[in-house]
Design a protein. Structure first.
Length: 326
């Protein structure tokens, strides 16, 4: 990839929105960057209090992963833009992603952005995402979104058996820490990224149904179409507060596996019937893949050019259906 760092070259990263609030992933993304050999050098916060807290939380995880010192912090976007950083991780609230990604591109940085990539008042999400993808490619920079579930597909295949080709149905159950429309933004990127990994030919949203018996529960059904025919994606969302780790599972053409989290050490596994297989942390795998893509130019194993734009269009179709139902 033109402009990508050479393999093994030293990389420095900055994180926007690194504080762990409402299940934020900043410290753990920093941990995985450090484990991949990246120096986490700077965090950008909105106030001195939050920026300092973010740097402390990040520093704890970085020290465990690599023994490196904690990052500096700043509340000045111009200082962040001027820093010697090759990577930017945009983990701020979804409605703020676009300006941070734009600034990172202007500074010549590769970007890993939290999902949903676009959310809020930006017009034409699909067109905007596609345009940004094209601009990053033209600049020789990587633009990736932190949708982790495709990195569970190998374990899912190991526990459920060989998949049919092409896949026709995907059902996913998630328990987001949100309610109403926000559940779509928080959760839908997961099954959409899985659908794209399973069926790279998917291009269009043919139909959307929304069933919402109350603000805590929702069913979203999408009919996606591509060169190899249609695929039905059904998503069951339950935002009811429950103790312990949040439940998650998915079924590919009727073959279901549930994600389990061991409360003792937070190790992950997938279970189907009586079969249980270890699940490597998909966040760690997602971050490592991003770093490798930056270093070597190797393509991401679960995405292809244009996926971010298509996924943003699919998410926009689901939000439009929800708004029209209300």
């Amino acid at each position: 990839m033109s402009g990508a760092s050479s393999h093994g070259a030293a990389l420095r990263a900055g994180i926007v929105g690194a504080r762990r609030v409402r299940q934020g992933l900043g410290p753990f993304v920093a941990r995985d960057l450090a484990a991949a050999g990246v120096e986490v050098a700077l965090v950008l916060g909105t106030t001195e209090e939050t920026a300092r807290a973010a740097a402390e939380q990040v520093g704890e995880q970085v020290a465990r992963a690599s023994g490196a010192p904690p990052p500096r912090w700043t509340t000045d976007p111009d200082e962040f833009d001027a820093a010697d950083l090759q990577l930017a991780c945009v983990l701020s609230p979804a409605g703020t992603h676009l300006p941070h990604v734009e600034r990172a591109l202007a500074a010549g940085r590769h970007v890993l952005c939290e999902k949903p990539f676009l959310w809020g008042h930006e017009p034409r999400w699909g067109e905007t995402a596609s345009e940004l993808e094209a601009r990053f490619r033209a600049a020789g920079r990587v633009l990736a979104v932190n949708a982790q579930w495709p990195w569970t597909l190998d374990a899912h295949g190991a526990v459920t058996g060989r998949r049919e080709d092409p896949v026709r149905t995907l059902v996913m159950g998630l328990t987001p820490a949100s309610k109403g429309l926000q559940m779509i933004g928080d959760a839908l990127p997961h099954p959409l990224s899985l659908a794209q990994a399973l069926r790279p030919d998917l291009e269009r949203t043919a139909a959307v149904e929304i069933h919402e018996p109350d603000q805590n529960r929702m069913e979203v059904i999408l009919l996606l179409e591509g060169a190899r025919g249609a695929m039905k994606v059904r998503v069951l969302l339950d935002g009811t507060e429950a103790p312990g780790p949040r439940a998650a599972w998915y079924s590919v053409d009727g073959r279901r596996a549930d994600r389990l989290i061991d409360p003792a050490d937070y190790s992950l596994s997938l279970q189907s019937g009586d079969t249980l297989v270890p699940l490597p942390d998909p966040l760690t795998a997602r971050v490592a893949s991003f770093v490798e893509q930056v270093r070597s130019g190797a393509p991401c194993p679960w995405t292809r050019p244009g996926d971010l734009g298509r996924r943003a269009t699919m998410l926009e179709a689901a939000t439009a259906a929800h708004r029209s139902a209300h």
